[in-house]
Design a protein. Sequence first.
Length: 420
Amino acid sequence: MFCRCSADHFAKKPNTQVCPVCLGLPGALPYANRQAVLDTIKFGLSFGCNINLFSKFDRKHYFYPDLPKGYQISQYDLPLCYGGNWILKNGKKVRIRRIHLEEDTAKIVHQKVNNEEVSLLDFNRSGVPLMEMVTEPDFSEPDDIVEFLKNVQLNVRYLGISSADMEKGSMRLEANISLKKNTDPVDFLPDYKVELKNINSFRFLEKAVNAEIRRQVEVLSSGNKPIQETRGYNEEIGLTFSQRVKEEAQDYRYFPEPDIPPLKFDSAEINEIKKQIPELPNQKKNRFVREFSLPENYAEVLISDLQKANYFDEAVKLGKKYNLSALFLADLIVNKKMNEQFPEPAGLVKKAVELSKRDYASHEETLESVKEVLKEQVKAVSDFNAGKGSVIGFLIGMVQKKLKGKGDARLIDKLLRENI
């Protein structure tokens, strides 16, 4: 973030990508990574954030065993982005408090050396740009958290900012949890929060949040109040455990970073950055549903990976020449995974042309299978009638299963909608 060392640190030999700046040597002067700043603004705009036209970096003083300077360069009162929001599928709004830039810490490796437990430091990661998003406490269900974070990951990937690969530490999750009683006023906010750290998968996050909610319910039910602290999660026993007492903002002793000048922008610069934002996942999904009449769950599968979404777009474009429907092509990708068999969209289209000339299951056979599936899948039918249009994709898949893949996806879709 503040020097020329490579940010590609994963699986590199320890302490080989370091310099006087990221090692915090006396006299070494940091300077801001322009691309990281522009990418953070781009990310903020994708979540409807306002951009601070005047921003700055701050020193965050705290005992950091994994930062050699003894402090972290971060942002405090003037982050790059603030005040955005995101609408979940159920209509709930998640407010974005801030998105700021800071430097990552070194990696601590705990291992045995000469039969002695030691902690070793790999500074390759120290100083890597770290973009942090903080939401307001607008979540009440773990499912909503996972949905939101998957969208965060997708947006980052579509913008080309990061791989957001949690296995490689390129995306990390932290949950702040506090509970209130049903009898508390709507605007009452608990005066404590417990932070869950070091979460590296959506599944792990869901389990950790549920475990911590159970723990806090027990503490509050006994008449006590949970203390403000940082906790980890032990998956083997399904419980959270205390790591350290949580600090308050004043404990970090923030002050403006004296070695880095403030950042100034104007509206014209922000508008230019806005023009560089590509079609985002949600926009692409809505277009697939609107233009190609795809079931929502088909569209969700297609946009879950930018490469797959672009592959589908190109296949539809090429398929027009042969009157291939977008739904037929989507079915080949979503249900039959033929995109894995044909690396290029042209190959898939050629195969689709061959398949379209084959004998499909008859209208009568297809109708019979549709009626059987509608009788068997009572819940899916009920969900569809309740307004969940996305289940149509699931029902198409069930009919195809009965027809052993010989069904015409367009006909199945038509018959399902006529008979549901």
